[in-house]
Write a protein that binds this ligand. Structure first.
Ligand code: HEM
Length: 397
C-alpha cells in the first residue's frame, strides 16, 4: 500500500487470535502519522507500546475494574436521566449527535464530578470534534499533508489543544488544593501509584490520559448507541421484549440484565464502532504456511469477521438471542466476536461502556416510543464506524 508498505487485511479468526493474543509480544500499535495527534495524545495508553504501555495499563486498569466502575453508576445514571428529561421529541429526529453529546457528558461527569461551566464543556467538545475531523481528513487525504503549514490547519488545532491542556491543568490544580473526597475517575487516577516507583503520574501524563479516555470513550459509545436505537426501533419483536424486560427491572440493575446485554452485543456485532484495527509486526513472522517480514501491517477487519457467514448463522439478521444460552443467561464465550478487541490491549473501558449503554437504553425505552422512518442509516467508516445520521420518530409514552 503506498506510504504504508506491506499490509495484510484479515478476518480470519485464528490469524487474528495469533496476532492479538498468542504472539502479541511481536505486534505493536502503528506509529501516529499526524503530528498534532502525536503531540497531544501520543504518550497515552491508547498509543504507547512495550514497557511504557504495560506500566500505564497497570496503573490505569484498576480504575476500570467492576467495583470501581460501580462507584460511578450514580453519576452516570444522573447524567443520563437529566439528558433524557430534555430529549427532543417528534418526527425525523437525528439521534446521532444527541447520543454523541450524551456519551461525552457521561464521560466528562465521570472523569470530573464537578460543576463545569458551559463554556468549558463547549470548548472541550469543540476540541474533540475538530481533532476528529482533522484526523478523518488526514486518513482520507494524506497527500494534503504538505498543505498544513500553508493553511495553518495544524497550527490552529495545536493552539486550541494547548488551551484545552491548560484547562485540565487548572482542574487538577483545583482538585489537589481541595481536601474533600471526590468520587470520580480523576480522584482514582490521582490516587494511583506506579508499582516500581510508588509515585503517581506526572501532570502532563495525567492530562494525556484524561484526554485519551474522553477521546476513546465518547464517539465509540455514541455511535454504538445510535446504531442500537435504529436496530431496536426497526425490530418490533426485540423492541417489545425489551419493553417487557424494562418493566421487570430497575435502572440500577439494567447493566446486569441478560437480554439488555444480548441486545447491546448483537448491535456491536453488526456495527462494531472499532471496525478495523491495526498492528505492526516487530520481527519477521509466519502463520498458516505464510511468512511476512518485520514492519508488515496487519489490519483486523472486525466488521467483516462479525458478518462472515462461515462464523455466524444468518449473519446479517439482528438477533440478540444468539448471545443467550438456553437458560436465558448471557453467553460470555461467543467466538469470532471482538467489539472491544482481544488480548492484553483489549478495551480498558468495556465495563463502563456496557453499563452506560444499558442505562441509556433503559431510560429511552422507558420514556419514549421510538420508530424508524424507513431506510437504514448509511455507515461512515472513518476512525470509528459512525452512522451519517439516524433519523427516528420519538414520542413520549
Ligand atoms: C462501545 C464502546 C467502545 C468500544 C466499541 C471500544 C472498543 C475498543 C477497542 C476495539 C479497543 C482495542 C483497540 C486495539 O486493539 O487496537 C479499545 C481500546 C481502548 N479503549 Fe475502548 N471502546 C469503547 C468504549 C471505551 C470507553 C468508554 C473508554 C474509556 C472510558 C475506552 C477506553 C479505551 C482505551 C484507553 C483503550 C486502549 C487500551 C490499551 O491499549 O491498553 N473505550 N476500545
Amino acid at each position: 500500500m503506498p506510504g504504508k508498505g506491506r499490509v495484510i487485511v484479515t478476518q480470519d479468526s485464528s490469524f487474528v487470535n495469533y496476532v492479538l493474543r498468542e504472539n502479541h509480544t511481536n505486534y505493536q500499535k502503528a506509529k501516529l502519522d499526524t503530528d498534532v495527534v502525536a503531540k497531544q495524545l501520543g504518550t497515552s495508553l491508547l498509543f504507547v507500546n512495550g514497557d511504557d504501555w504495560r506500566r500505564q495499563r497497570r496503573l490505569i486498569q484498576p480504575a476500570f475494574h467492576h467495583n470501581s466502575i460501580q462507584q460511578l453508576y450514580e453519576t452516570v445514571m444522573n447524567t443520563v436521566n437529566a439528558y433524557i428529561a430534555n430529549f427532543p421529541q417528534g418526527a425525523q429526529v437525528d439521534v446521532y449527535p444527541l447520543m454523541r453529546e450524551l456519551s461525552f457528558s457521561v464521560l466528562l461527569n465521570s472523569l470530573f464530578n464537578i460543576d463545569m461551566s458551559r463554556e468549558m464543556t463547549d470548548e472541550l467538545c469543540r476540541g474533540f470534534i475538530n481533532l476528529q475531523d482533522f484526523m478523518a481528513k488526514d486518513v482520507l487525504q494524506p497527500f494534503r499533508r504538505f498543505l498544513y503549514p500553508v493553511t495553518g490547519a495544524e497550527k490552529n488545532l495545536v493552539k486550541q489543544w494547548d488551551g484545552i491542556r491548560d484547562m485540565l491543568r487548572g482542574i487538577i490544580a483545583q482538585r489537589r488544593a481541595d481536601e474533600t473526597t471526590h468520587n470520580d475517575l480523576l480522584a482514582m487516577l490521582l490516587n494511583s501509584r506506579y508499582e516500581d516507583t510508588g509515585q503517581g503520574m506526572s501532570e502532563e501524563q495525567l492530562i494525556s490520559e484524561l484526554l485519551i479516555l474522553l477521546f476513546a470513550g465518547h464517539e465509540t459509545t455514541g455511535s454504538t448507541l445510535s446504531w442500537l436505537l435504529y436496530l431496536i426501533a426497526s425490530n418490533h419483536q426485540v423492541c417489545e421484549k425489551l419493553i417487557c424486560t424494562i418493566e421487570k427491572t430497575d435502572m440500577l440493575d439494567s447493566p446486569r440484565d441478560s437480554y439488555i446485554n444480548a441486545i447491546i452485543n448483537e448491535g456491536m456485532r453488526l456495527y462494531p464502532a472499532v471496525w478495523i484495527n491495526e498492528r505492526v509486526a516487530i520481527k519477521d513472522d509466519q502463520f498458516g504456511g505464510f511468512s511476512f517480514p518485520a514492519a508488515t501491517s496487519i489490519l483486523t477487519y472486525i466488521y467483516g469477521m462479525h458478518r462472515c457467514e462461515a462464523y455466524w448463522e444468518d449473519a446479517s439478521t439482528f438477533n440478540p438471542e444468539r448471545f443467550l444460552k438456553s437458560e436465558g443467561l448471557i453467553d460470555k464465550n461467543v467466538k469470532n466476536y471482538l467489539p472491544f478487541g482481544a488480548g492484553p490491549r483489549m478495551c480498558v473501558g468495556n465495563n463502563f461502556a456496557m453499563a452506560e449503554m444499558a442505562f441509556v437504553l433503559y431510560t429511552i425505552f422507558k420514556t419514549f416510543h421510538i420508530s424508524t422512518t424507513g431506510a437504514p442509516p448509511a455507515a461512515w467508516p472513518l476512525l470509528t464506524l459512525r452512522p451519517r445520521e439516524v433519523i427516528l420518530n420519538i414520542k413520549k409514552i
